[in-house]
Design a protein around this ligand. Structure first.
Ligand code: NAD
Ligand code: UDP
Length: 334
């Protein structure tokens, strides 16, 4: 049995991954400073799985706290979710983003080295492909030219991981490049809880449907896409979570540093997502078309072949499942 540390494991993607790991028989230790999560998430994970989680309320930039955890817990692998993730905020507060995201990674890697922990799964992002690559995005493409400090932290961390893996032949690193995670656990017990006004499309849709926001603005319908709105690769968070279990199993048997896309391989426009949400949940959404949002790329989606080849992983949840589960979560959690 393996014991896995999830930094940032009380957050949106980490909590779903904890559930899937526990369901597969792994033991889970979560380290989270609750900057963007609530302690009750730990109870919810335990409620869903009927298994217990060891929780540390610590900042993973705090080396002595991470050392104490690794001294005690006999960890086999680390899945590193902890970080700040708001693209717009990162433009306003770059130092805060570089400090937290880079420092958290370096601290974990240093402590892992001292404790002989050799497996590391990292939450990267499709944003590392930048605005100039052709679609679909393939892992062999040159990455860079990120348009925000947030994206640049992901790029820098991938580079750090490559360099560190090159000096330690036993180290196994997988950088998972997520596309657009949406949805929630079908139980409605865990999901995404944005603080303040949501930046992302799906929470804005569910909050508008709930009446928390008056009207959704579609950011531009004059893009060079079939219906004029932007295209993204939306992936159900439970599929994404299962991708981490698959990546962990891969990392247990392969050394080196490997980037892998986690996406569905399908593009969906903003209008398509709105229409699907309305149809599945039998709701009329109040929305209007507004100007483009600065920095948005017209269209991108994943080439998902490498995840299938290396991890034997692919998505199973549909866009309809994501729309239904996002709404269920919004309704159950005021
Ligand atoms: P989230 O904010 O829900 O989860 C991150 C967790 O990390 C939070 O619980 C937060 O409290 C914790 N945290 C932050 N800094 C910490 C620190 N120094 N020490 C301890 N805990 C800390 O975000 P999420 O959506 O679950 O994303 C998880 C990871 O995936 C992030 O690294 C994010 O950048 C990356 N990612 C997310 C998306 C997305 O759309 N959600 C897309 C691509 C990549
Ligand atoms: N979007 C929108 N209205 C919103 C939020 C997002 O039209 O209130 C669009 C945005 O322009 C993009 C897509 O929805 O084309 C996904 O945006 P999100 O911020 O969720 O993801 P990202 O831009 O990071 O891919």
């Amino acid at each position: 049995m393996s014991r896995i540390l999830l930094s940032g494991g009380a957050g949106y993607i980490g909590s779903h991954t904890a559930v899937e790991l526990l369901n597969e028989g792994f033991e889970v230790v979560i380290a989270d400073n609750l900057y963007n999560a609530e302690k009750s998430v730990i109870d919810r994970i335990e409620e869903i799985t009927g298994k217990s989680v060891t929780f540390y309320e610590i900042d993973v930039c705090d080396k002595s706290a991470v050392d104490a955890l690794l001294d005690k817990e006999n960890i086999d692998a680390v899945i590193h979710f902890a970080g700040y993730k708001a693209v717009g905020e990162s433009v306003q507060k770059p130092l805060m983003y570089y400090r937290n995201n880079i420092d958290a990674t370096l601290t974990l890697l240093e402590s892992m080295k001292e404790h002989n922990v050799k497996r590391f799964i990292f939450s990267s992002s499709a944003t590392v492909y930048g605005p100039f690559n052709a679609i679909p995005y393939v892992e062999t493409m040159k990455i860079g030219d990120c348009t925000s400090p947030y994206g640049t932290t992901k790029l820098m961390i991938e580079k750090i991981l490559d360099d560190v893996a090159a000096t330690d032949k036993e180290l196994s690193v997988v950088s998972l490049r997520y596309f657009n995670p949406i949805g929630a656990h079908p139980s409605g017990l865990i999901g995404e809880k944005p603080s303040g006004i949501p930046n992302n499309l799906m929470p804005y849709i569910t909050q508008t449907a709930k009446g928390i926001r008056e009207c959704l603005t579609v950011f531009g319908d004059d893009y060079d896409t079939p219906d004029g709105t932007c295209i993204r690769d939306y992936i159900h968070v439970v599929d994404l979570a299962k991708g981490h279990v698959a990546a962990l199993k891969y990392a247990l048997n392969h050394a080196g540093s490997t980037p892998i896309n986690l996406g569905s391989g399908k593009g969906t426009s903003v209008f398509e997502l709105i229409k699907t949400f309305e149809r599945v949940n039998n709701i009329k959404l109040n929305y209007k078309v507004g100007p483009r949002r600065d920095g948005d790329i017209a269209a991108f989606y994943a080439d998902a072949a490498l995840a299938k080849k290396l991890l034997n992983w692919e998505t199973h949840q549909t866009l309809e499942d994501s729309c239904r589960d996002s709404w269920n979560w919004e309704c159950k959690n005021k």
